[in-house]
Design a protein around this ligand. Sequence first.
Ligand code: NAP
Length: 532
Amino acid sequence: MKAADRFDVIIVGAGISGLYMLHRARQLGLSARVIEMGGDLGGTWYWNRYPGARCDTDTLEYSYSFDEDLQQEWEWPERYPTQPEILAYLNHVADRFDLRRDISFSIKVEAATFEETTNRWRIRSDDGAELSARFLVMATGSISAPNMPAIEGMDSFSGPIYHTARFPHEGVDFSGKRVGIVGTGSSAVQAIPVIAEQAKHLTVFQRSAQWSTPARNRPVDPAVVAEIKADYAGFRARNRLQPSGQLSHIPGNDFSALSVDEDERQRIFEERWQLGGFSFYGSFNDIQMNPESNKATADFVRTKIQEIVEDPQVAEMLSPDYTIHCKRPVLDSGYFETFNRSNVLLVDIGAAPIQAITPEGIRTGDSDYDLDIIIFATGFDAMTGALLKIDIRGRDGLRLREKWAAGPVNYLGLQVSGFPNLFTITGPGSPSVLTNMMVAIEQHVEWVSDCIGYMAERNHTCIEATEAAQQAWVAHVNEVAGKTLQVTCNSWYLGANIPGKPRVFMPLPGFPQYVEKCDEVAAKGYEGFALS
Ligand code: NAP
């Protein structure tokens, strides 16, 4: 192997995690290489270019906090950043820290094997290259492997078929077209109002109705920005103490929905509905735990849907019948209002599932729908999908796919026993997708780079989670998740959207407690890990 092919760290993915990991690895004086399968950097924000794509975390919180000048200089125009704005921001970060020179684009990592004789990872990619590294950091994203359902006749359709997570970079002109969109998750809820305005006709194929609340996007208030920037570090620190690492300026109410009378309950819901954003779910402190409080919340939102949607039958179809805030909550800008348009049709494929794609369009159990364009907004093989697409083999040739056959197991969401020196950024078993992703990513990248720095100072070459620590961690994640109502519906948190995927609640609720545990583990010399 050529000397140039050997690195201290190989990072897979040039999204938000990979970029920051590269920066931190360089600060440690390590040689590092990022391998990215996309044609450019940005991860999620490189791929997800569907109409209306934007983040639903407030701009002032959806940005890196690690560099004071960076966070002071960047200006966001609106409450929620659009996909092009986030991509521009990430490119700015890459330029500012001169990151591009250590990133290889358009290369897909196919396999990674741990060599016990050298304690190094050997990485093979689709360009035929072989690389070797002491540490392998998987910055492959939690929701990055698209889920494209296998439907008969897919190849027969006469028009184009798109997936929201692989949307054409040049955009799509919908004018004069009959468009069909399958799915009503976050991506579809953002895309539907925008496409409906442009297309001749839009048919929405809905398997499950969606709980969605208003985003209430608006221009940022310069006075609020100035106040936050006067003490950005303090703002970030306060956010990290929130359960989902965000919204410290609109904290949740710390009392039960059942502790107030009906009038007061409605007043609080209405106040937060008008405020917009995830703060709605902070109306009361037990919406995610207590079935009665959850029902009161669901009833409030259902009434709103019925008020907004003019046709009572359509309103009924759009009203979910499962626990609210069980699936990942969705924020919208005029989603329910869109179904009042004369060019929009809602089709219930829960009742009459899609049977085939035909040359003309989509055939369900009871009708044929003629279309010019089909869009699948069918989500992702979340949390494990991107990792398991790569043939990862640890000690004794053990494959990660086998190790995780019954669902993901690991320690702290960071390392899998039997896979030394391999780190997963925002892996299953960590708060990840239940948190502002920026906050979760920064915490993981900092923990991993501090760990590598610690090892370098002590001449350790190998770190591996112990089986005992892993078992205790998996039990802990299950116990914490089991106390919430989030385990009660068919969500991607549970892998329920992917046929045959083991049903395991993958993320861990409670960011501050998790950070405390990670810090404690590090302070105790990486307790639960074997260092050699
Ligand atoms: P998603 O939430 O998983 O939604 C997928 C939709 O497709 C659901 O309505 C699902 O129905 C439907 N579906 C899946 N497989 C299907 C099949 N075989 N036949 C028919 N319908 C099918 O995916 P997403 O909307 O792309 O969002 C995924 C996650 O990405 C979000 O939860 C969020 O974390 C993130 N995201 C964030 C933003 C943002 O920041 N604003 C925007 C987009 C995405 P069921 O509900 O019945 O499964």
